[in-house]
Write a protein that binds this ligand. Structure first.
Ligand SMILES: [Cu+2]
Length: 140
């Protein structure tokens, strides 16, 4: 009985030592990455790509980009942020027919993309990876 308890406490001690050393080593890595990522968290985005839009369904409630339609004044910039865990893009035009005006390329999670609209008009955009993701910028 006593031997079992001793073995068990040795196992627990080893687990504790391993978890402490793991948390110490991850603490060593954290400060650097935290410093670099802080600015992007403070970015105020105008349009959000929310979670789970990489699967169809968001188009039914028009929430693949939130808001899916945004109106700005001429010479204003619009900033998008990818809050999903999957890649997305902000690409001018409609699916398979990009206009070439702007294209974010594949955006990593929490990456942002901005574009300044210097001409009035209505600009459709979409995600090159997910055909159901569509949005619109209206420039007045
Ligand atoms: Cu997408």
């Amino acid at each position: 009985m006593l031997k079992k308890i001793t073995v068990a406490s040795v196992v627990i001690a080893v687990i504790i030592i391993i978890s402490i050393s793991l948390s110490l080593s991850s603490d060593d890595v954290l400060p650097e990455s935290t410093v670099e990522e802080t600015p992007s968290i403070e970015v105020q985005a105008d349009v959000i790509m929310p979670t789970k839009v990489s699967r169809p369904g968001c188009e039914e409630t028009d929430k693949c980009y939130i808001p899916s339609k945004i109106t700005v004044e001429k010479d204003s910039s619009v900033t998008w942020i990818n809050e999903d865990s999957a890649f997305h893009s902000v690409t001018s035009g409609v699916y398979d027919e990009p206009t070439g005006l702007f294209d974010s390329g594949y955006m990593d999670p929490y990456q942002t993309f901005s574009y300044v609209f210097d001409t009035s008009g209505t600009y459709d955009y979409y995600c090159t990876l997910h055909p159901w993701m569509e949005g619109k910028v209206i420039v007045e």
